[in-house]
Design a protein around this ligand. Structure first.
Ligand code: HEM
Length: 316
C-alpha cells in the first residue's frame, strides 16, 4: 500500500519539477511579453500595425494566413521563412507568391525600437495572423507566445503539399505535423480568403489530364465563368481567380465549404475535400453550421504550435 503512494508522490513531484522547468524556460504562454518590454504592450503594438495595414489593404489577411502555414510546415513555426539569402526558404517556388513579409518586418522594426532583442519574429507572425483573422471576421481569441526564431532556412527543405495532393496523402501530411483530419479541413478553410493564380489551375481549366478538355468535376457554369472572366486561355500568368465565392472572398466564413459542395472549388485539393468520403462529412457539417469561424481559430492555434522552438534551457 505504501509503495504506490510513494510512487505517486514521486511521480507528482517529478511532474511538478518538469512542469516548473517548462514554465520557466521553455513553454508557450499567454501574455508571454507582459513586463518584458518596459511599459509597452507588445501585442497591442502588433495589433495596431496590423489594423492600419488591413485598412489600406484587406488582402493582408490572406497573405499572413498563407505565410503562417508556409512557415509552420517547414521546420516548425520559427520564422525561418523570413530569412534572406540565395537559397533561403523565401526563394522556394511555393513561397514566391507569399506576401506579408514587409508587414512582419515593419512590426519587428517598431518592436526593436522599444525593446531590442525581446520579441521573436516567430511570435510576431502568430500574433499578426491572429489579429488579421479577427479583422476578417473570426471571434477574438488569444494566442500563446514564447517562440524562438530558427537560424536555418533552406529552399531545399521546403516540402509543402501540392494543390493536386490526394486527400489521404494530405491527411498523412497534416498528421505528420500533429494535426488531425478535422484540423486539416478547418485549416484549408483559410481558402475562404484570397486568390489563386491562373497558372496553378490552367490544366484543370483547359487540359485536364491531357484530355484538352476542362475538369468535368467542376460545375460547368462556374467553369465558364472562371474561363471567361478570370483565366482566359493564353492570358498572363498574373491573372487570378478567387478561391472562394468572390462576394465573400474577404471574410473568414463558411461559404468556402458551400462552394466546394457545389463543385465550385478552385484548387483540386479544395474540391477533393468535398468529394472524398473521409472528409465530405466534415465539409457538410461546416457548410451547415455557424461554428466555422470559432473552430478555425482553434485549428489556427494548433498550427501555431507545430514544432516550435522555445527558450534555450538554462543549465545549472
Ligand atoms: C494541402 C494543403 C494546402 C495546399 C495544397 C494549398 C495550396 C495553395 C495554393 C496552390 C494557393 C494559390 C497560390 C497562388 O496561386 O498564388 C493557395 C493560396 C492560399 N492558401 Fe493554401 N494550401 C494549403 C493549405 C493552406 C493552409 C493550411 C492555409 C492557412 C491556414 C492556407 C492559406 C492560403 C491562403 C490564405 C491563400 C490565398 C493567398 C493569396 O491570396 O495570395 N493554405 N494555397
Amino acid at each position: 500500500m505504501e509503495c504506490p503512494n510513494a510512487l505517486r508522490t514521486t511521480l507528482l513531484a517529478l511532474f511538478l519539477i518538469l512542469d516548473l522547468a517548462a514554465v520557466c524556460h521553455g513553454r508557450l504562454r499567454y501574455g508571454f511579453y507582459n513586463g518584458k518590454c518596459g511599459q509597452q504592450n507588445v501585442e497591442a503594438i502588433v495589433q495596431s500595425i496590423v489594423k492600419n495595414s488591413f485598412t489600406t489593404d484587406p488582402t493582408i489577411v490572406a497573405g499572413l494566413l498563407r505565410l503562417q502555414f508556409h512557415d509552420c510546415f517547414v521546420n516548425g513555426c520559427d520564422a525561418s521563412i523570413l530569412l534572406d539569402g540565395p537559397y533561403s526558404e523565401k526563394t522556394a517556388s511555393p513561397n514566391l507568391s507569399v506576401f506579408g513579409y514587409d508587414l512582419i518586418d515593419q512590426i519587428k522594426v517598431v518592436l526593436e525600437s522599444v525593446c531590442p532583442g525581446v520579441v521573436s519574429c516567430a511570435d510576431i507572425i502568430i500574433a499578426a495572423t491572429r489579429d488579421a483573422s479577427i479583422l476578417a471576421g473570426v471571434p477574438p481569441f488569444q494566442v500563446q507566445l514564447g517562440r524562438r526564431d530558427g537560424m536555418v532556412s533552406l529552399a531545399s527543405l521546403v516540402n509543402l503539399p501540392s494543390p493536386n495532393i490526394p486527400v489521404p496523402t494530405a491527411i498523412q501530411f497534416f498528421q505528420s505535423k500533429g494535426l488531425n483530419p478535422f484540423d486539416m479541413v478547418l485549416l484549408l478553410g483559410a481558402h475562404t480568403v484570397g486568390i489563386c493564380h491562373c497558372s496553378t489551375i490552367n490544366d484543370r481549366l483547359y487540359n485536364y489530364m491531357g484530355t484538352n478538355k476542362p475538369d468535368p468535376s467542376m460545375n460547368s457554369s462556374y467553369m465558364t465563368i472562371v474561363q471567361n472572366n478570370y483565366c482566359p486561355k493564353g492570358q498572363s500568368n498574373n491573372n487570378y481567380v478567387y478561391l472562394d465565392d468572390p462576394s465573400s472572398a474577404k471574410s473568414i466564413d463558411n461559404s468556402f465549404y458551400k462552394q466546394i459542395l457545389n463543385n465550385k472549388g478552385i484548387l483540386p485539393i479544395d474540391q477533393a475535400l468535398a468529394l472524398d468520403g473521409s472528409t465530405r462529412w466534415m465539409v457538410n457539417l461546416l457548410a451547415n453550421s455557424t461554428d466555422f469561424p470559432s473552430l478555425f481559430t482553434q485549428a489556427l492555434v494548433k498550427l501555431g504550435r507545430v514544432e516550435v522552438l522555445t527558450a534555450v534551457p538554462v543549465v545549472y
